[in-house]
Ligand binder design. Structure first.
Ligand code: B12
Ligand code: SF4
Length: 492
């Protein structure tokens, strides 16, 4: 069967700091290819809608699968599905990914019959079975599959992460993928899931609090197949288990692979596994993202982060001493006033790290979505991108965005523009000489992407598709069915 897999258009972040390969779709593609299908992949982050229609015309897919990891992409995918279905000889249309998994019934309702099914959870096992079952009136009896007629049992976890290494040969224009100065940059996955349970995050609810590791051999084999000199490690929390991190490092050494790496981890993991991170620094670890989230213990407790401010500050010291470029994230709450923004801004100015700010957002799939008591001020999917306020702001909304962008601009002042040229000019010029200009081009784009007028104006756009509000819990704890996509394994 001819199958076209589609990643939607870029998000607000990708307009500036990074653009990454659609690794999830590449893994699903590998499983579908292994089942004997003819697969093509198009990433609308680096191709246009016109390119998509050209592909539909010339390849004439019998099935089209969209990846929806982010709510902000829902309206685009609903519209594409509708237009695709309206054409003569319309293909079977299916959708998977994180956000699709958490909002399956409402997604199908918006599509009004244009989406045949949503595939919840991991795609590798189920996607080939869905293709086999096209036309079967009992399609929805498959695990994880939801149609307008019902839902199958909860999805099955992939037993072995070494199976279906990403079909990277299917993604084109790979030179467009980058993160900051790591330009170009590929992505890789060593582990899946997270054992923690932060209230604002859906990594644990998606994977049923499971945590799985691929083998060091498979990691080495996958890395050896990557042509790019830089690699983004997509694990939610990198190197939770030191032995696994050392085993991969030794495999890389054995294969004499030389690359630069980006990873994301927790502060307590960095503190616990310092030696491992030092080893990875020698291997080429360049850039590390630490989820600090808050500058006081009370907010950390509220996020159920299970670390203290002191631990966070200690981790920053360690990362600095390793000589890594460190980025951190702080969650700005809509209740912040000018004084709070000023306080955080002052702190951001004094630390050498790249400080990002996101806006506290009850995202479907998180516990917060079910427990947040404040009323949503918008249910426009496009505003659920952690850069817009969807809860009532204490400051007038426009003022809130002015303060937010002013605070985000500290990053611009310190780490973009000429400041960055002074710091990374050599690397950037080196990349440009090889035709890689993603990084150089982002350096002066800050104010076109982060702009209070634009962010405020986004709230005035007509809303074509509205999110279904969460069921009021009235103080009760959310049930497992409400929280999880993959059900947690029973405790014996
Ligand atoms: C890279 C990344 C990004 C990149 C985007 C890159 C890109 N091109 O998509 C950036 C940095 C821009 C980003 C931003 C955000 N991200 Co992000 N991101 C990730 C990350 C680290 C890796 C994604 C990945 O490659 N995973 C590995 C692949 C193998 O898994 P996968 O994509 O999920 O695919 C599997 C399944 O989902 C499914 N599947 C996927 N597509 C399809 C399609 C079909 C047809 C089928 C059948 C199955 C299927 O099968 C795949 C294989 O099992 C994940 C964490 C993670 N480890 O997954 C978070 C993650 C996806 N992001 C998340 C979040 C919350 C965000 C933000 C909202 C906030 C933030 N963290 O900054 C913003 C969104 C901004 C916006 N404007 O809306 C959440 C999920 C959100 C959700 N929907 O519930 C995750 C899980 C992180 C987390 N711990 O909460 N992100
Ligand atoms: S924020 Fe990080 S540590 Fe917390 S649950 Fe999500 S992935 Fe795990």
């Amino acid at each position: 069967m001819r199958v076209l897999l589609v990643h939607p258009s870029p998000l607000m972040y990708s307009e500036l700091y990074l653009r990454l390969e659609p690794l999830g779709l590449e893994r699903v593609a590998a499983a579908i290819v292994a089942a004997g299908h003819d697969v093509r992949l198009i990433d609308l982050q680096v191709f246009t809608h016109a390119d998509y229609w050209h592909e539909v015309e010339t390849f004439a897919p019998q099935a089209v699968g969209f990846s929806v990891n982010y709510l902000a992409n829902v309206p685009e995918v609903v519209d594409l599905a509708k237009e695709t279905k309206a054409r003569p000889g319309a293909p079977f249309v299916f959708v998977g990914g994180h956000s699709a998994s958490f909002i399956a019934p409402e997604f199908l309702d918006h599509a009004d019959g244009a989406i045949d099914c949503i595939v919840r959870g991991e795609g590798e096992v189920i996607a080939p079975l869905v293709l086999e079952a096209i036309g079967d009136p009992k399609l929805e009896s498959l695990p994880g599959v939801v149609t307008r007629h019902g839902a199958g049992p909860s999805p099955t976890l992939l037993k072995d992460l070494d199976l279906h290494l990403p079909a990277r040969h299917l993604s084109r224009r790979r030179h467009k993928y980058f993160i900051g100065v790591l330009d170009p940059c590929a992505s890789i996955e060593f582990t899946r899931g997270c054992p923690w349970d932060c209230s604002f995050c859906s990594a644990w609810t998606f994977y049923g609090r499971s945590y799985r590791k691929g083998s060091a051999e498979a990691a080495g084999e996958d890395l050896a197949r990557i042509r790019e000199p830089n690699v983004f490690i997509v694990d939610d929390v990198a190197f939770i288990q030191a032995e696994h991190g050392f085993a991969i490092a030794q495999e890389i050494d054995r294969r004499r692979i030389r690359k630069q790496y980006y990873l994301e981890t927790r502060c307590d993991v960095l503190i616990k596994n310092q030696e491992l991170f030092a080893y990875w620094k020698k291997l080429g670890l360049f850039y590390m993202f630490l989820g600090i989230e808050a500058l006081d213990d009370e907010a950390l407790r509220m996020h159920r982060k299970r670390v203290t401010l002191n631990e966070n500050l200690r981790a920053l010291e360690i990362a600095r001493s390793l000589g890594l470029t460190v980025a951190i994230n702080i969650i700005a709450d809509p209740s912040w006033d000018e004084a709070r923004f000023a306080q955080v801004r002052d702190w951001a100015l004094t630390v050498p790290e790249v400080v990002h700010f996101t806006v506290a957002t009850p995202y479907p799939g998180t516990e917060l979505w079910l427990t947040e008591s404040r009323q949503l001020t918008s249910r426009d999917y496009r505003l659920f991108d952690v850069q817009h306020a969807v809860l009532p702001t204490k400051l007038p909304l426009k003022r809130f965005y002015e303060e937010l962008v002013r605070t985000q601009a500290v990053l611009n002042r310190k780490h973009l523009g000429w400041g960055a040229v002074r710091k990374y000019g050599g690397a950037a010029i080196h990349a440009a000489a090889r035709g890689q200009t993603n990084y150089l081009r982002m350096l002066w784009k800050f104010s076109t992407v982060y702009n209070p007028e634009r962010q405020y104006a986004d709230h005035q756009q007509p809303v074509r598709y509205e999110m279904r509000p969460p069921r009021p819990l009235a103080g009760a704890k959310p049930s497992k069915q409400e929280l999880y996509v993959h059900m947690p394994a029973p405790v014996h």
